[in-house]
Design a protein around this ligand. Sequence first.
Ligand code: ADP
Ligand code: ZN
Ligand code: MG
Length: 342
Amino acid sequence: MANYEAVIGMEVHAQLLTKSKVFCGCDAAVFGAAPNTHVCPVCLGLPGVLPVTNRKAVELTIMVGLALNCEIAEAAVFARKNYFYPDLPKAYQISMYDFPLCLAGWLEIDDPEGPEGAKRRIRIRRVHLEEETAKSFHVGDHSLVDFNRAGLPLMEIVTEPDIHTPEEARQYLVRLRATLRSLGVSSADMEKGAMRCEPNISLRPVGNDRLGTKVEVKNLNSFRAVKHALDYEIERQARMLDRGEQVRQVTMGWDERHNRTVEQRVKEESDDYRYFPEPDLPPLRISRAWVDEIRAALPELPEAKEKRFRDEYNLTAAEATILATDRDVAVYFERAVAAGRE
Ligand code: ADP
Ligand code: ZN
Ligand code: MG
């Protein structure tokens, strides 16, 4: 491994906390509900229906874009991502492609190489809004589909390939989750599937700038799984490269029981999805006045809180990180200080 540098880009999906689904009026509080009770012709994908965009879902996505230092697009365009899957009754997902809502931001993590308190930026490539798919259950020789989840607002946050170790990946995810929670836009509860991570990983010889062939690991739902999957993939790819073999560009799943990645399919190119602009929805025009309004109403974010805690209470960087990252801990800490504790 000493001969290689790992290069990791992270794709995170997070469900947004709206009252209704993203393109219909169905109640979005579906967790634990009896199967197929929160559905209508729109989220069932019946012919002849029309989607209507949920303004709140757009607003929550813009909040995240601002918190991640992104540019907010003046116009964003929904696109159809075509693929056939039993949990996608229309045979396409409404997503965004060429014109996402938010572009070119960053999130800071601690720089493990730098002095105490040093930060490193993980660049955010894009943040966009799309619809959640339904959920399949496999029972014996047949499958069942629950459409309650279909059409929940789902946000996708994609980084540049700026992450280099499993520890940096963990830190990025912890900080991203803290940001989503402090904004109140998502429960970001990984156990309930409200936040899911897909690391993309490749290796390259140390000192080489060219990116190697990447492997994508789908839908990891715990920090532990992300760490184990990355450790496993780094070792697997290093062995292959050592033997002079080529890494194949594939999509992998994570087999929790055997602690290994398993090949799911050869990676599709974006051409395979035949993206095109969604004809049933107008482009979103995002006025600067609206963006300013959303910006003005943002709560204090973990990064700012951390900095304030250091200045105001004279904490070390490590203490400030611990006390500022979790919103409940931060509130408790400040109340304790206000109550006259040292
Ligand atoms: P795809 O179309 O396969 O999803 P993208 O180019 O959209 O690929 O990138 C998806 C994610 O993979 C991004 O987070 C990006 O930073 C990361 N990525 C792209 N190329 C590489 C690479 N060679 N190694 C590691 N990560 C990469
Ligand atoms: Zn519906
Ligand atoms: Mg991808």
